[in-house]
Design a protein. Structure first.
Length: 190
């Protein structure tokens, strides 16, 4: 069971990364192999809307999104993490979401993956970001199982948000539980 966390905050070590790492740690404790991929610093251009992927099967833009796409395809589960920027996801998350169109239009390649998200904010706006991510997951025909929200004004404040940390731990456990439910069952030979 591979769980990929995609960290879409430009701030390394900030509240989003802390909450996402908490979810991944919980998934690891439940038996999953986990990896965090940090989008900040990667060279990922925005989708230019050319739609060439509809005929070629791949995005014509050659950049680090191929790394992200490959890791998404290899994973059994994906957890997106984003801070709230103006009541929605960060620019980094939006670029990743937009650029997965090539995966969507060609056989919905993320179909049936288990998904979830973590969202952090100063005080409000999480619902808009969660709605954006869940719409993305549902469009790709994935199976979203849970989300976690964390709050804090400053870097590291989410460590004081027990509800947020508890939600992240539940998310990690829920992802693994969902993966175990869909795993093929073996029966004893008669």
């Amino acid at each position: 069971m591979k769980v990929l966390g995609i960290m879409c905050s430009p701030r390394r070590g900030g509240n989003t990364e802390i909450l996402l790492q908490t979810a991944l740690d919980s998934a690891r404790e439940a038996g999953a192999e986990v990896e965090m991929l940090r989008v900040a610093g990667m060279k990922i251009a925005p989708c230019d809307g050319c739609l060439s992927c509809e005929t070629t099967g791949v995005c014509h833009i050659k950049d680090d999104m191929q790394v992200v796409s490959d890791k998404m395809l290899e994973a059994d589960a994906i957890v997106l993490g984003s801070p709230v920027y103006w009541f929605g996801v960060s620019a980094q998350a939006k670029i990743v979401i937009d650029r997965t169109y090539a995966l969507y239009v060609n056989d919905k390649k993320l179909k049936n993956k288990v998904t979830g998200c973590v969202v952090t904010a100063i005080r409000s706006g999480c619902h808009g970001a969660i709605e954006q991510m869940n719409s993305f997951f549902l469009c790709h025909r994935t199976n979203p199982v849970y989300w976690a929200t964390g709050y804090g004004d400053n870097k590291g404040d989410v460590k004081k948000d027990e509800d947020g940390l508890s939600g992240a731990r539940r998310l990690g456990q829920s992802v693994v539980d969902a993966l175990k439910l869909r795993a093929p069952r073996t029966t004893a030979a008669s």
